[in-house]
Design a protein around this ligand. Structure first.
Ligand SMILES: [Zn+2]
Length: 263
């Protein structure tokens, strides 16, 4: 009986939701269908603090793939430095059994990510972004990390380990530090994913990446060849052009496209 009642309430929700606006507790939502936006579609929700006043980054890692504390500390700092979240940014770490330890496609990352999310990315006054750290590698095993939609990134720890340099310079920890900031930079829309920068700093050979080796958005940061480009000091910071883009997006001076929410 209880089960039947539960089934009815699920059906009720399914049928009634399309008729209601604000079913997900969000307004001003641009309907981008089932694809959950593209990397950068929630940059205004991060950069602007008027509605989404706090942010939670959920990190789900497969047993043995916990990120370094230096990585999560750095991620919090970088997000705090660009996003307006008066009620704070929190990192939530959870050990989870992630499916599979073979090769991952972008769709596999989306499916696993959405299965694990505890909330919709926009919920109440909180913005939720998510990182997963599975076993195994990406389809293209030279890739260390990916951003697959507006709120989901993955880091491939096995590939990060292999990317460490000769004599551990750079170390896997340093590589991980940079790759994680890089992927969250993609969630912020860098470079030119959901806007056109007034500065000429996109690498024409590597779209959506910086042409500056001193930016964390340089393309090689997310590549296994990272050790060929850097010794022990890999950038973990957005450069001035990256920061100017984010400031321009936040103020409206640079027009943001494909947004799931606008202030
Ligand atoms: Zn990238």
């Amino acid at each position: 009986m209880a089960q039947q009642k539960q089934a009815w309430s699920v059906l009720f929700i399914l049928f009634i939701c399309p008729a209601l606006s604000g079913c997900m507790g969000t307004d001003n939502l641009l309907d981008l269908g089932e694809d959950h936006g593209i990397p950068g579609s929630l940059t205004l929700a991060c950069l602007d603090g008027s509605k989404y006043t706090s942010m939670i980054v959920e990190i789900d890692y497969h047993p043995g793939y916990e990120p370094e504390s230096s990585t999560t500390d750095l991620l919090k700092q970088r997000l705090e430095s660009v996003c307006d979240k008066p009620n704070g940014i929190q990192i939530l770490l959870t050990e989870s059994q992630l499916p599979g330890d073979g090769s991952w496609s972008a769709q596999d990352v989306r499916d696993a990510g959405w299965e694990l999310k505890s909330h919709d990315p926009l919920d109440g006054s909180t913005l939720y972004w998510q990182m997963i750290l599975p076993a195994g590698t990406y389809d293209d095993d030279s890739v260390l990390g990916v951003a697959v939609d507006a709120s989901t990134v993955a880091i491939f720890g096995d590939s990060v380990q292999e990317a460490r340099g000769f004599l551990n310079r750079p170390s896997a920890e340093k590589v991980e530090n940079s790759v994680v900031i890089h992927e969250f930079g993609h969630l912020l829309g860098l470079v030119n994913t959901v806007y056109t920068s007034p500065a000429d700093h996109e690498d024409s050979d590597h779209p959506n990446h910086s042409n500056n080796e001193e930016s964390v958005m340089y393309w090689a940061i997310e590549s296994r060849t990272i050790g060929n480009f850097f010794d022990n000091e890999i950038p973990t910071e957005f450069d001035q052009d990256d920061l100017n883009d984010l400031t321009g997006l936040a103020s409206g001076a640079i027009e943001a496209e494909n947004q799931l929410w606008r202030p």
